[in-house]
Structures are given as C-alpha cells and as structure tokens.
Design a binder for this molecule. Structure first.
Ligand code: ARG
Length: 577
C-alpha cells in the first residue's frame, strides 16, 4: 500500500472534477499526530489561480474528494490546510492484505533497465575503506530496485587498465622470474604496489622497462596480456574476498572494468572530433565547456586525449556511457563514487549528451557520497597513518561483536555465537554507513555502531529477535494465526500507520538512491513496535484471545516488514542473540 500515491490520486481526481487541471497536489506527512497523518496543502497555491479564498477552496475540495474509505476525518486548519486522519478499519484491512502477501502488498514499478555502477575498486591496489561506501550503498540500492521489479545491471567499473600497469607488470614479471608463485607475489597488493613504485622511482632502467610494458600491453602483445590477465585475476580475488565477507551480491560477471572499453576509446575521440565537439589544443584533444565557465568567462577544459596520444579516465567514461545507453539500453544509470568525482561526472554528462552518446530521456545520475572519517575528524587511517585494508576492518568488526555478545547473558552455543558475531559485526559496519545521509562525511566509530541502543544494526537485529521470541512464547505459529486485525488503541493505530508507510519509503529510496531513508524508517518502526508492545499487552493472561490474535498479527507484519527491510539493506536477521 502506497498511501501517499493513493492520496495524490484521490486529490487529483477531486481537482479534476472541480475543473482545476494540472494543479500540483502537494501531500505531506503531518508534523504531529493531532493533525492526522497526512496533509494536503495545495489550497493556498490555488487561491490566486481561482481568485478565491484558500479556506473556501479547501472546503470545496473536502466536499469533493472521495476518501470515505481511507480517512475517518478531514479537517481544515490554518489558512487552508486539509488534515487527513486515517481510518482504523481501513488500516486494519490494509495490514491484513499485506500479511497475506509475500510482497507485503508492495506493487512492482513499471520496469526499467537500471545500470548501477558501484564498488569499482582499482585493481592495482588493495581494496580500502574508500570503496566501502560505494559497495555497501550500491548493493542496497541494487537489491531494492530489483525488489521493485526493475531489470538491474550491475557494473563493476574496476580500474584495471592504465599506465601504472606498466610498472606493476614489470615488477610482477621479475617476481615470477625469481620463482615466486603469482599468488604469493600478490598476496598484499599494497606492499606490491609500493615496491613497484620504489623501483620505478629509484632503480636504473626500471622505468624504461615499465614503459615498454605499457606499449606492449596496449599494442595487444600476447604474453604481456597473459601476464596482465593473471595479475587482474588474482587482484579480483582480493575484492571477492571482501564481497563475500560483506555478503554483497557482486560477482565476476558484473565486472566491466576500464579495460573493456579500451578498443573503443579511439572511436570515441574520432566521433567527438567529427562532430566538432573535440578540438586540438596544444597537441591534446579537448572539449571546451562554456556551460562550466569560470568567473572570467573562460570555459572549462575537458581533455579526452593527451598530447602523447594516451586516453584518460574521462574518455573511458564516455565510452561506458555510450555502451550503457546503446547496448544495455539503460533507462537510468546510477554511478556511486565519492563526492570528489562530482565535477568529473558533470563534465562527462555534458559532453556525452552533446555528442548524443545517450538519449535525452535516459538519465545519468552520479550519486556522490562523503568521506569516512576517523574519530579525529580526518580521513580514516590506521594508527600508523596507512590505509586501512577492508578485509582487516571487517575481521575486526566480527571480533568486536563476538566480545560484546559473549559478555551478554545468553544461551548461545559456541557455533551460534560465531554466526551471531558475524551477522552483528558485519551488519554494524554496513548499517553505520547506510544509515547516514550519503552526501555527508561520517565518523567511523566502533562503539556507536556496535551499540544496542540508537539507530544501529544491533538495535534493529535485537528488536527483530524480540518479535520472534514473542511468537515462540505465544505457542502459535504465524501460519496458524487467524488474521483478523482490530485497531483500538492509539499505539496500535500508530504502528499500523508506520507499517503502511513502508512502500512509499522504499519508493523514495529507489528514486534518490538514499538507503538512510529506509534505515530511519526501520528504526521508527522498531520504536513504534516497542511503544505498542508496552502499551498493548499481547501474552498477558487477561488479554482476550481475539485481541491477542489481532496484536500478534500486527507483530507478524512488523516481523515481515523488518526482515524484508533489513534484507534490502543487506543486513542479516537472527532468531535469537
Ligand atoms: N575506480 C574508480 C575509483 O576508485 C571508480 C570508478 C567509478 N565508475 C566510473 N564509471 N568512473 O575512484
């Protein structure tokens, strides 16, 4: 049930019948329960157009709008707001329908092809915290879009190409010649990169060999390509180890690295030149962008080919854009990277659209996010100032969770404790990231993310286990529960409203790629459930059976909603903890 959409359609219909066409239909959530749950506040804007007082218009709308089934009261407030109080019988009925439906009554949207470009680590390096946010947020957005019925195409735009591979391959080659196993040589990509760089900077003749490797690689030399493939393969395995620990859905077949576009780069530049979009400037091929001129009116310069003939990150993104638009038929393209790349994608979009690399109706949405900071407010680093390897970070999360849970009083077996520790530890890291508005920087803090209080994964996982334990104690299984919901108490009403706002919430997340909106929703749901549970006894002996069953049905829907909501975030649930 999408209450928001339902209200918009009913008010649109009423306005149509009043002869007001194409009027905006602003429906908002009410700020306080005494104002009902929703508010129509379009009367003020219509006053000018209709040359009538807003309150008179509001009165006419109230007469016209058909909401008898949905609302038990419509009242006009202030200058002409219409407050909408939802009807308990209607809410109860919607909850029942949701409980009978594996999709919880959530409609599929009309299907689109959505490309989601996320994770996209650079293979020359160990995956580090900079790629945590894109991986986690991206994976949640992907799951949610799929649930809403879209055809999602994951694109892991890995950095697997470029001049740095000359240096890496030269070093790799030497290691293999010195009889290292490839896996051992690359067991720590960070160290490997550092060694190669030192040799590049200091060792006589090494830089020249590195350059030769680049030329051979780009020229398609077979043995060089084979060496590169081996390097890439092992490097991808490192990322896969992280994906597995994080329990994200990316696989090999989603890898569409920069190298995949290599053969198309010359075409991209040729096409831009032929259209007069790219021009030569000091030996390079560039696009001037008056749209992004500086204060003096000087256009921004977007380089698509360097003077030496080399291509750039930007050229590859133009090729990717054309591929996604043309071959993958993407209605939407979402790209998740940190905010520092925002300008790059803005430029890329302007150039690509000018060149017709995508159709006007296809969207190109860069979804930026802020940085992960340490408790000192500076970019997150190890104590010694190095980059934190993701694998280590995730292992630490599980260890910390195990310590914490081990201290709690519970009857978990050692095996169960392992499982709980993994789900809570990994869940905590993921949720800490997902629950913050992605556009801001956030401070990584073990204690807050692992806390059982506040908007955290452990809190929600724990709330979920509480609902499960109510069922265990009730002796009734959800399957055998007679579903006949009656809403009498205000906490029941509030809980039912919250439950019925799930669909409109995930629609917002799908539109804006903002999982934190779903996190807040689930947190509010858990809180609404706690208030309900306190005020409305379920298992107490003096609770009449019909009331108990009705409340258990509400609890069952809470459980289903939490488990679906958490799974869309990629957070695992537990039966007990
Ligand atoms: N590899 C890049 C980085 O680590 C991210 C790539 C994002 N996607 C893209 N199409 N440029 O910064």
């Amino acid at each position: 049930m999408n209450i928001y959409a339902l209200l918009v359609s009913r008010f649109t219909q009423a306005l149509d019948e009043m002869g007001v066409e194409n009027a905006p239909v602003p429906i908002a959530r009410s700020a306080r329960p005494e104002f009902g749950e929703y508010q129509f506040n379009g009367a003020m804007a219509l006053a000018k157009q209709l040359k009538q007082k807003p309150r008179d218009i509001a009165e006419k709308i109230v007469e016209q709008v058909k909401l008898d089934d949905v609302a038990h009261k419509l009242e006009i407030a202030g200058p002409g707001f219409i407050n909408i109080h939802l009807n308990d019988a209607w809410l109860a009925n919607q909850c029942e329908l949701a409980l009978h439906d594996p999709r919880l009554g959530i409609a599929k949207q009309s299907q689109q092809n959505v490309v989601v470009d996320y994770s996209s680590p650079n293979l020359a390096k160990e995956m580090h915290v900079g790629h945590l946010r894109t991986t986690i947020i991206g994976d949640s957005v992907v799951k949610l879009l799929e649930f809403l019925g879209h055809n999602v195409i994951r694109q892991n735009h890995m950095g697997d190409w470029g001049t740095q591979f000359g240096m890496l391959l030269a070093h790799f080659n030497d290691k293999l010649e010195a009889n290292y196993m490839a896996e051992t040589a690359l067991s720590d990509l960070e160290d490997f990169y550092r060694e190669a760089k030192v040799r590049f900077d200091e060792e006589e003749g090494f830089a020249d060999r590195a350059r030769e490797f680049v030329v051979k690689l780009q020229g398609g030399d077979e043995s060089c390509l084979a060496l590169w493939e081996r390097f890439i393969d092992i490097s991808i395995q490192h990322s896969e180890e992280v994906y597995e620990k994080l329990n994200v859905s990316l696989t090999r077949k989603d890898v569409m690295g920069e190298s995949a576009y290599n053969d198309d780069l010359a075409n991209v530049v040729a096409d831009l030149k032929a259209q007069g979009i790219a021009v030569e400037d000091q030996g390079a091929q560039v696009v001037f962008l008056p749209e992004l001129a500086d204060k003096e009116g000087k256009p921004a310069v977007f380089i698509v080919q360097k003077s030496g003939g080399g291509y750039l990150y930007a050229t590859t993104d133009l090729a990717a854009m054309r591929y996604r638009s043309g071959k993958l038929n993407a209605d939407r393209t979402l790209i998740l990277t940190d905010a520092r790349q925002a300008y790059h994608f803005k430029q890329t979009e302007i150039v690509g659209r000018k060149a017709g690399f995508m159709k006007p109706e296809q969207s190109y949405e860069h979804c930026p996010f802020g940085m992960m900071l340490g408790s000192d407010g500076k970019p997150f680093k190890t104590r010694s100032g190095g980059t934190v390897k993701l694998v280590d970070l995730l292992d630490e999360a599980v260890t910390r969770a195990r310590d914490l849970i081990g201290k709690r009083d519970s009857d978990l077996s050692a095996e169960e404790l392992d499982d709980v520790a993994r789900k809570v530890g990994i869940g905590a890291v993921k949720y800490a990231d997902l629950s913050k508005n992605r556009t801001t920087d956030y401070v990584f803090n073990w204690d807050t993310m692992l806390s059982f209080e506040g908007n955290t994964a452990p809190y929600l996982q724990y709330a979920f286990t509480r609902v499960q334990s109510i069922f265990r104690k009730s002796g009734i299984s959800v399957a055998d529960l007679p579903v006949d919901i009656k809403i009498n108490e205000k906490q029941e009403h509030a809980l039912a409203v919250q439950l019925m706002q799930f669909e409109e919430t995930i629609n917002v997340v799908a539109r804006d790629a903002t999982p934190h909106v779903l996190c807040s929703y689930l947190y509010d749901l858990a809180s609404a459930f706690m208030s309900f549970y306190e005020a409305c006894p379920i298992l107490r002996e003096d609770t009449p059976v019909a009331v108990r069953h009705s409340r258990l049905a509400l609890a069952a829907l809470v459980s289903n909603t939490m488990s679906l909501g958490l799974s869309l975030l990629g957070i695992e649930t537990l039966e007990k903890m």
